[in-house]
Design a protein around this ligand. Structure first.
Ligand SMILES: Cc1ncc(COP(=O)(O)O)c(CNc2cccc(C(=O)O)c2)c1O
Length: 289
């Protein structure tokens, strides 16, 4: 596999970073997870725009332009000869002296991985997911800005551990006030009386690229969208529920904390959103060949 690392395409065995990299030492960095389908990278510019916003929010000065990073990403995918897969793009603060001070790191480091993707098993799309609500809360925005897709994912990892230990594949994460923020790696939507509802980003969710695509599709389908604070009550009484994310795309949810949602099967509108999403993913995007 060829890895783009600080300006060069290298074999994965040669793709090494310093042990003094602050991305490793302190989680001081940002990342993106991006998918490519059928020879096109889906919503590449939107992902790179978010990457630069995340970097700006942590005062990480990017020594490349957004156009250059898009070009490097396309080059990396093309160099690996895959038509469908997943990109992990990571920018760290770079190597520096031990110590939190980011100004000790003269130059950020960036690497880009383009690989095949391990998808959720088909049965989860057919049958829907069973979720739990985990005790681990999304951090308060004053503690860690949830809109920054940073390398600080221990909050999400520990929530994921709770899901697994609770016999679930994903977990709903609440914010400090007890409102629904999102899941460990996905945004959450519910459908009630034909309306589409999703938490406010300010309730502690990542401003998901897939979430934004669903809002576009809802407008196209004429489905009313309500972005507001949601509680577990809203999920329990909803007619349908689904998650969105680059890896998961649109995945139905049929229960939360062992309480059946709707009729316990993936909802009709959920399936419509998934079909519309796939049609967009397979027909739009940045060609990389
Ligand atoms: C905390 C969080 N919330 C929502 C999403 C969905 O955002 P996008 O629609 O932009 O992807 C994410 C992103 N989650 C994500 C993205 C890529 C890969 C994986 C993985 O599980 O390996 C997870 C995420 O990490």
């Amino acid at each position: 596999m060829k890895i783009w690392l600080d300006g060069k395409l290298v074999d994965e065995q040669q793709a090494k970073i310093s042990i003094f990299d602050h991305g490793l030492l302190y989680g001081d960095g940002v990342f993106e997870g991006i998918r490519f389908y059928n020879g096109r990278i889906f919503r590449l510019e939107e992902h790179i725009h978010r990457l630069f916003d995340s970097a700006k929010a942590i005062l990480l000065n990017m020594p490349w332009t957004q156009e250059e990073v898009c070009k490097f990403t396309c080059e990396t995918v093309a160099a690996n000869g895959i038509t469908d897969g997943y990109i992990r793009l990571v920018v760290t603060r770079g190597a520096g002296e031990l110590g939190l001070n980011p100004y000790l790191c003269p130059k950020p480091s960036m690497f880009i991985i383009a690989s095949t993707i391990k998808l959720y098993p088909e049965e989860h799309y057919r049958n829907g997911l069973a979720l739990i609500t985990c005790a681990t809360r999304r951090p308060a925005p004053a503690a860690l800005m949830p809109q920054v897709k940073s390398l600080n994912y221990l909050n999400n990892v520990m929530a994921k551990v709770e899901a697994i230990q609770g016999g679930a594949l994903e977990a709903v994460m609440l914010n400090e006030q007890g409102y629904v923020a999102e899941c460990t790696g996905d945004n959450l939507f519910i459908i009630k009386n034909g309306e589409l509802l999703t938490p406010l980003i300010s309730d502690g969710a990542l401003d998901g690229i897939t979430r934004a695509v669903i809002l576009e599709i809802a407008a196209k389908l004429g489905v009313k969208v309500v972005e507001r604070s949601l509680t577990r009550y809203d999920i329990f009484i909803s007619d349908e529920c689904f998650l969105t994310g680059t890896a998961a795309e649109v995945i139905p949810v049929v229960s939360l904390d062992r309480r059946v949602i709707g009729d316990g099967k993936p909802g009709e509108l959920t399936r419509k959103f998934l079909a519309e999403f796939h049609s967009l993913a397979m027909s739009t995007g940045t060609p990389f060949a």
